[in-house]
Design a protein around this ligand. Sequence first.
Ligand code: SAH
Length: 255
Amino acid sequence: MTTVSLVGAGPGDPELLTVRALKRLRDADVVLTDDLVDARVLALLRSDARVLRVGKRGGCVSTEQRFIHELMIREARSGARVVRLKGGDPFVFGRGGEEVTALREAGIEVEVVSGLTAGIAAPASIGIPVTDRRHAPGVAFVTGHRQDGEDAPDWAALARSGLTLVIYMGLARAEELVASLRAGGMPADMPAAAIAAAHTAQQRQVICTLATLPATLRSEGIASPAILVIGAVVNEAVPWQTLVGETGLLQVAGA
Ligand code: SAH
């Protein structure tokens, strides 16, 4: 039976790939990749592998998603070893579920190779644990982005939950979501962090408070892709002096 591998590429640095992901990449004939995947990961492919970039910059998202499904199905039926490669983990804000459904409906078997998600790896790169029993009993992974007709997260409930909030795709609406959290009763001085392009050569981060987050993001020029972390766990971030290598660019702003 034909199988497509839905592979998580992790946040950037190829050392964070799983061993299984590396095997699938080396075996792949055809790779359909998202924009977010690091060039160093694509460099691990065989030189004769075909790389199809199916990122969703601009255009009509739903049509494109259907197109991706059709392309995967066509390539798999042709007998090629197909890898569908996604940044981070394929099942965390990656439409992996929809792609699995489409492939199964077409009679194609799918293997999911989990990856290290940015929501865990980005905070960890500066010493922030997403859970820590001294600070938070758990963590909520939420998206700051939604399309028309999709429900927004219940920010007021999240503000009261005591959970660490890890927000993906939150830059564009940072102001709005900070206002919603404050309206829900979260204190203005709740620690907050933003980590951009974690585990890449472009990594940058800031540490501030809930109230100063929108202004800090602007003044420090924090750009997508970035993870926002809100909660007392941010207090565990390591002092910038002790950071080495790719994370040596830590900036503490508005603290
Ligand atoms: N499946 C991915 C998430 C895709 S949604 C995962 O599991 O990581 C895209 C969002 O992920 C971005 O807007 C950003 O919030 C986050 N993201 C992905 N890679 C990142 C990185 N290297 N550093 C910081 N945030 C990242």
